[in-house]
Design a protein around this ligand. Structure first.
Ligand code: DAR
Length: 340
């Protein structure tokens, strides 16, 4: 086993923490389904701009490769070595932040989940991926009345149909080059698809970066209502599907950045003045443990002064605390925008 050659410019956490001694200790190992460290770090080797550079192929990866995953998890999530994740999905009531829609265009909360007993998307077999799709498409048939809708598999759709669905945010594209290098895009679009509720405010992406991306969203500032809709759907699904969960790491995901709550809660918000006062915006975002993205998702640019602002911390914090922090942080950002 030759020690991997990371790009000289790479700052990926895998490059920072993987020593030759650790590599020698972990490289010969493989999980019960045959997943290896070599497979886990392909993305970080092939993409010099990776931030993390490693994906988990199954739940066991988090234990078998913990000597390299733990330091990366502690570094990214800024948690103590002795942290224990504690989920908390209590219902909360918070007033909409911007009822006049002067700033906030939309609110969105998503959680990632993987089915217990199945390899994760970068390592799953074609047959098992199809089983995941069947289990999820069956579980959604009995969703509560407010979430009723339909599952649409992508396989067999014409490219023009896919393009139309993508334009209406009713489909997701093949994964990015990071996910491609990790093996997440294999056999696309086989066994990929989306469940969408009739009002399009509740969706489930099936077999993207994780087995499920459960999403609640609407064109309003009602973060709380969006969260409570997610809770309703998640509660139903949790009674029909068993998710990969670890008492220390929380919900287990393909990427170590998503473990714990596996939740990203955010708003798309227009900040014309703060756009020109990035230092102030950055200080507000950091104070409330938030992060800024472009509205096209990860690694996309800010367009027309519209920011995607969401929680940074996912591990060692409860889901309700994430929502409350987001609500408080966005209220402070709106106040600052008004005062400029
Ligand atoms: N692009 C990979 C993963 C970063 C976190 N985003 C995810 N998981 N979608 C990297 O190592 O930068």
């Amino acid at each position: 086993m030759v020690f991997p050659k990371f790009h000289p410019d790479s700052c990926a956490l895998i490059k920072q923490y993987l020593t030759p001694a650790l590599f020698g200790q972990l490289a010969p190992l493989e999980t019960r389904t045959g997943f290896t460290l070599g497979a886990a770090i392909q993305s970080g080797i092939k993409n010099p701009d990776s931030h993390i550079g490693i994906y988990a192929g199954d739940a066991q990866s988090y234990n078998l490769f913990s000597p390299i995953l733990d330091p990366i998890i502690h570094a990214y999530h800024a948690v103590e070595e002795t942290f224990e994740h504690k989920p908390g999905l209590d219902q909360i009531l918070l007033a909409p932040l911007d009822p006049d829609k002067a700033f906030i265009l939309s609110a969105r909360v998503r959680v990632a989940r993987n089915l217990k007993g199945f390899s994760f998307p970068c390592h799953i077999t074609h047959q098992n991926r199809s089983q995941v799709e069947s289990l999820v498409s069956e579980a959604v048939q009995s969703l509560p009345r407010d979430l009723k809708g339909g599952y649409l598999p992508f396989k067999g759709l014409a490219p023009s149909q896919i393009q139309d669905l993508l334009a209406r945010k009713l489909a997701f594209p093949k994964g990015d080059r990071f996910q491609d290098a990790a093996g997440i895009n294999r056999d696309f679009p086989d066994s990929r698809g989306i469940f969408a509720s009739n009002d399009k405010k509740f969706m489930i992406w099936v077999n993207e970066e994780d087995h499920l991306r459960i999403i609640s969203m609407e064109s309003s500032s009602d973060i709380c209502g969006v969260f409570n809709r997610l809770r309703l759907g998640l509660d139903h699904l949790s009674h029909r599907l068993e998710f990969a969960f670890d008492k220390k790491y929380g919900f287990l995901t393909s990427c170590p950045t998503n473990i714990g709550t596996a939740m990203r809660a955010g708003v798309h918000i227009r900040l014309r003045k703060l756009e020109k006062n990035h230092k102030l915006l950055k200080s507000l975002v950091n104070r409330y443990q938030l992060q800024i993205r472009g509205t096209g998702g990860e690694k996309t640019s800010i367009d027309k002064g519209i920011f995607d602002i969401s929680n940074k911390q996912r591990l060692g914090i409860s889901e309700t605390r994430i929502i409350k922090n987001l609500h408080t942080g966005v209220a402070a950002i709106i106040e600052a925008e008004k005062n400029l």
